[in-house]
Design a protein around this ligand. Structure first.
Ligand code: MLT
Length: 249
């Protein structure tokens, strides 16, 4: 069973978190009015237990579809940040009819190249030996801009430290072997919003531009002075963009 928070009333939005994070990254998005915010912790992250075995991005996508089933929702706006975006694009491929809209946040459609894939497997070995600390320390500087307030840095660190080694290793493997979603983008037939921090070093604005250009009618919004966690770094600008998108849907 996944830990899920389900708050608010209105257009259902399923918020899928990134790696190695949890649903807590979306706390500030609860302020977006007129929406029902469904925020799961993926297995091994936040307060959800790890599945204890290999998973794929498609498995995570199927868990999200099951979650919609359990909540009695035919369709929802599917929003995903980074790894959450990989999962959102898998939902777009596996169950396009379950999408009422698509929000891609600081993510990309392309798979890992050989170097990135090797890096993931090296990280898995490191987590086996040393736990999640090296992953947390390695990723924290890329998550938020260097001049971000200390309180935000502590919040992001705390969220990353809540991830279990099992969850982190499973997600690293899932991301390493994930499918190329390039062919999915032109098939998206629901309103789409692509958001990116204009200083994101992990999935830079060029990735977002490429995705927005390939999705029919997509809107691209750059969040100024934000890195990878644009929704936490600039919640007001981010929420304004999502609210405007919901109003247009
Ligand atoms: C994430 O934020 O989900 C990760 O940075 C994605 C990745 O490592 O590819």
């Amino acid at each position: 069973m996944l830990n899920v928070s389900d708050l608010g009333e209105g257009t259902p939005i399923l918020w899928i978190h990134g790696f190695p994070l949890s649903s807590a990254i979306y706390e500030d998005q609860l302020a977006i009015p007129g929406a029902r915010h469904i925020m799961p912790d993926l297995p091994g992250f936040g307060q959800s237990r790890a599945t204890g075995g290999d998973v794929t991005i498609d498995d995570y996508a199927r868990m999200m579809i099951e979650l919609l089933d359990h909540r009695g929702l035919d369709r929802a706006v599917i929003a995903g940040l980074s790894m959450g975006g990989y999962i959102a694009l898998a939902i777009a491929r596996l169950a396009p009819g379950r999408m009422r809209g698509l929000v891609l946040i600081d993510t990309r459609e392309t798979p890992d190249d050989a170097t990135a894939r090797e890096g993931r497997f090296a990280s898995i070995e490191k987590v086996k030996r040393e736990g999640t600390a090296p992953v947390v320390e390695g990723m924290l500087p890329k998550m938020i801009v260097p001049e971000a307030p200390e309180a935000l840095r502590a919040r992001v660190r705390g969220i990353m430290e809540s991830a279990s080694p099992e969850g982190v290793m499973a997600a690293l493997r899932a991301m390493a072997v994930r499918a190329d979603s390039t062919q999915v983008l032109p098939t998206v037939a629901v309103p789409a919003l692509v958001l990116v921090g204009d200083r994101d070093p992990i999935t830079p604005p060029s990735d977002a531009e490429q995705m927005a250009a390939a999705i029919p009618g997509a809107t691209l919004v750059r969040i100024p002075d934000a890195a990878h966690l644009s929704n936490m770094e600039r919640p007001e600008e981010f929420n304004r963009a999502v609210s405007a998108f919901l109003a247009r849907m």
